[in-house]
Design a protein around this ligand. Structure first.
Ligand SMILES: C[S@@+](CC[C@H](N)C(=O)[O-])C[C@H]1O[C@@H](n2cnc3c(N)ncnc32)[C@H](O)[C@@H]1O
Length: 197
């Protein structure tokens, strides 16, 4: 077995054993270990949450004093400790439900969005980055000053433009790839700390 396959199997097995719906949960866990995006009692908004691995991990990290909401176009089975909203993050009318649920601004916004891929890399990359810009519109309404965010990007020609855009909103932005993310995949994560508000 190739090293990459062995690693993928390792995370899949771990997710199965520990009751996570996707091995993606470990990407968030690893990002959190390095950057402490989510701590006990945090309010967390998860955009593009299906099937729910990140939401489950966010519930665990935020603990019983925290509050977590996951949003996705697709149906997501209930996750104990979280509220799921089936909706489109491109539609700003979902904001009312988000704000109603939390009742105050959130500490962290986590975005792991992927469009339905067409197979045409330039189109998929542009669409994925465009979803991130939509997330920042929601983020600007819900994130508290000094809050944190993370954005997945399909790396390509518009990634750095997005980084420059997001850099103006945070005191620190780091580009990273957690070990649980497959080496061959083009996904990278912008970890953003200290929202300027
Ligand atoms: C890679 S998956 C997320 C995996 C998730 N973080 C986990 O740990 O299980 C990306 C998700 O983005 C969602 N998505 C794509 N476009 C969306 C949109 N416009 N509004 C809401 N969700 C969207 C997809 O439905 C898909 O479930």
């Amino acid at each position: 077995m190739k090293l990459q396959d062995a690693r993928r199997d390792h995370y899949r097995k771990l997710a199965h054993e520990q009751g996570y719906r996707s091995r993606a949960a470990y990407k968030l866990k690893e990002l959190n270990r390095s950057y402490r995006l989510i701590g006990p009692g945090f309010f967390v908004l998860d955009l593009g949450c299906a099937p729910g691995g990140w939401t489950q991990m966010a519930v665990k990290l935020a603990g019983n004093k925290g509050k977590v909401m996951g949003v996705d176009l697709s149906f997501v089975e209930e996750i104990p400790g979280a509220r799921i909203l089936q909706g489109n993050i491109e539609d700003e009318s979902i904001l009312d439900e988000i704000l109603d649920y939390f009742g105050r601004k959130v500490n962290t916004v986590i975005c792991d969005l992927s469009p339905q891929v067409s197979g045409n890399w330039s189109i998929d990359h542009a669409k994925q980055i465009s979803l991130n810009y939509d997330c920042t519109k929601i983020m600007d309404k819900v994130l508290q000053p000094k809050g944190n965010a993370v954005f997945k990007v399909f790396d390509g020609e518009y990634s750095m433009e997005f980084r420059d855009f997001i850099k103006k909103k945070f005191t620190r932005v780091n580009l990273t790839k957690p070990p649980a993310s497959r080496k061959q995949s083009s996904e990278l994560y912008f970890v953003c700390l200290g929202y300027r508000g």
